[in-house]
Ligand binder design. Sequence first.
Ligand SMILES: CC(C)(COP(=O)(O)OP(=O)(O)OC[C@H]1O[C@@H](n2cnc3c(N)ncnc32)[C@H](O)[C@@H]1OP(=O)(O)O)[C@@H](O)C(=O)NCCC(=O)NCCS
Length: 165
Amino acid sequence: MESKPMSQSRTIMTELVFPSDTNHHGTMFGGTLMLYIDKIAAIAATRHCHRPVVTASTDSLDFLSPIRIGEAVELEAFVTWTHRSSMEVFCVVRAENLFTGERRVTVTAFSTFVAVDENNRPIPVPGVHPENDDERKLHESAPERYQHRMERRKTRYSSTESGAQ
Ligand SMILES: CC(C)(COP(=O)(O)OP(=O)(O)OC[C@H]1O[C@@H](n2cnc3c(N)ncnc32)[C@H](O)[C@@H]1OP(=O)(O)O)[C@@H](O)C(=O)NCCC(=O)NCCS
């Protein structure tokens, strides 16, 4: 299958933070952000392979600074690496104070999506390649993250049915 540039799956989503999006500290509720991240990452993965996808895992979800009511949140996601049926998607969330123009990175996350057929079985996806230095760094470091996920999967789910260890 032909390899596609990372830019082909790049997806952007912007939201305004309302009181209903916040927690009792007056900052954005992490669960709402996780929903947005899963949605935008699913769109990026589907844009890459043009097939139905499911979330297999999310790792390295780091909340770096709080987001306040009235700020805009901008999410950016794209496929950084693929294996056979799985795609790693990187998502970065930036918060923006719309009155001062100050922007900051608030969350970064890596998710893995798997393309599936009509029986929900994994199917192959096209490869992906970087076109600039930032993309190259994410692409080159991806096999190591994949390896960690596979080790975690093996140790967590091989010996107990519940996965609790
Ligand atoms: C994801 C899923 C399709 C994998 O099916 P499976 O029978 O375990 O298939 P395999 O072992 O062949 O793995 C298929 C791919 O998924 C990847 N994968 C499976 N579990 C993973 C995990 N926890 N983290 C990262 N990747 C994972 C494998 O590495 C493999 O990738 P590759 O083909 O690129 O090498 C299956 O576990 C599933 O349907 N899970 C539920 C998904 C879901 O409901 N998500 C939430 C709603 S969208």
